[in-house]
Design a protein around this ligand. Structure first.
Ligand SMILES: C[S@@+](CC[C@H](N)C(=O)[O-])C[C@H]1O[C@@H](n2cnc3c(N)ncnc32)[C@H](O)[C@@H]1O
Length: 259
C-alpha cells in the first residue's frame, strides 16, 4: 500500500461484528501444549492477545505493516507476546510456528497459491493454519468500489496499480484443494454468511471507510478522497434499501488445516 491509511478508531467502530468471525476461527484450533503462535495482519493486537491467552501460547508474534495499528498493539505486548512491523507477503521468520493465524488480512495479499505454500513452510510438524477472509466481493459495497476505480476520472487519479482487496482470491473449494496439495491431512474450509444488523445504510459507509476504501484513500488527496466517498455514497444508496435497521449480509471464508 502506498501509505499507512489504517485508522484503528474507524476500524474499531464495528469491533463487535468483526470479532465474531475471529472467535469462530479461534474455536477451530485444536488446543496443543504451549504452542508458538503467529498472527498475520494482527491490527490493534487486541485479538492477538486473546488468541495467545486462549491457546496458552509459549510465544506469540503479531505482524502488521501499519504503524498506526502497531502503535495500538504496543499496549498488549508482554514477555510472551511481541509485535513486529513486517509484510505478510515477504514474511520469513527464523523459527517455525505451531499455529499460523490470520483474521481478515490475507485478502490484501496477492498470489494465494504461492502465499499458502510459503506459510506452510513456516509451520512446524502437526502445525495448524487458521485463516479468515471476507468474501463479499460480489456485494454492491465492493462491486461499486471496483467499478468506480476503473472509470476514467478515478482511474487516472488512482493509477494503474489500484486494485480492490480480494480480487486475487480463490474460490472456496480451491482453498480446500490447495490445502490438500500442501499436505494438510485434516481440513475445514467453509463459507459463512454473517448477518450484521446496523442502524441504517449510513453505517455501511462507515464500515467500508474502515477497510474496503483504504485502497482508494491511500492513493488520493484528502479532497479527492472526500469526493470519491460522496459519489460512492450517492451511487451505493441507489441500490441499497433505506431500511432501519439495515441488514448487512457479509460472506466470509474460514479455513483451518492441520498437517
Ligand atoms: C481488517 S484488519 C484486521 C486486523 C486484525 N487481524 C483483526 O482481526 O482485528 C487488516 C490488517 O491487516 C494488515 N495488513 C494488510 N496487508 C498486510 C500485509 N501485506 N502485511 C502485513 N499486514 C497487512 C493491515 O495493516 C490491518 O491492520
Amino acid at each position: 500500500m502506498a501509505q499507512d491509511v489504517w485508522n484503528p478508531k474507524q476500524y474499531d467502530q464495528f469491533k463487535e461484528q468483526r470479532s465474531q468471525p475471529f472467535f469462530d476461527l479461534m474455536n477451530l484450533l485444536i488446543q496443543t501444549k504451549t504452542p508458538r503462535v503467529a498472527d498475520l495482519g494482527c491490527g490493534t493486537g487486541e485479538l492477538t492477545a486473546q488468541l495467545s491467552q486462549h491457546l496458552k501460547a509459549s510465544e506469540t508474534i503479531g505482524i502488521d505493516t501499519s504503524d498506526a495499528m502497531l502503535e495500538m498493539a504496543k499496549s498488549y505486548q508482554t514477555d510472551h507476546l511481541k509485535f513486529q512491523k513486517a509484510d505478510i507477503e515477504n514474511w520469513n521468520p527464523e523459527k517455525q510456528f505451531d499455529v499460523i493465524c490470520s483474521n481478515a488480512a490475507l485478502q490484501w495479499c496477492s498470489d494465494h497459491a504461492r502465499l499458502f505454500e510459503s506459510l506452510t513452510k513456516h509451520l512446524a510438524p502437526q502445525g495448524q493454519i487458521a485463516i479468515q477472509m471476507p468474501m463479499n466481493f460480489d456485494y454492491p459495497t465492493h462491486t461499486l468500489a471496483g467499478i468506480m476505480s476503473k472509470e476514467t476520472h478515478w482511474a487516472n487519479l488512482l493509477g494503474h496499480e489500484a486494485r480492490e482487496p480480494g480480487m486475487k482470491m480463490l474460490k472456496v473449494e480451491e482453498y480446500a484443494r490447495l490445502l490438500f496439495k500442501l499436505g494438510f491431512q485434516e481440513q475445514k474450509v467453509f463459507l459463512r454468511v454473517y448477518g450484521h444488523v446496523l442502524d441504517s445504510r449510513e453505517s455501511v459507509i462507515e464500515w467500508v471507510k474502515g477497510t474496503t476504501l483504504n485502497f482508494v484513500k491511500s492513493r488520493l488527496s484528502d479532497i479527492d478522497y472526500q469526493k470519491f466517498v460522496s459519489e460512492y455514497r450517492e451511487r451505493l444508496f441507489q441500490v441499497l434499501p433505506d431500511d432501519k435497521p439495515f441488514f448487512y449480509p457479509f460472506k466470509r471464508v474460514l479455513i483451518w488445516g492441520r498437517r
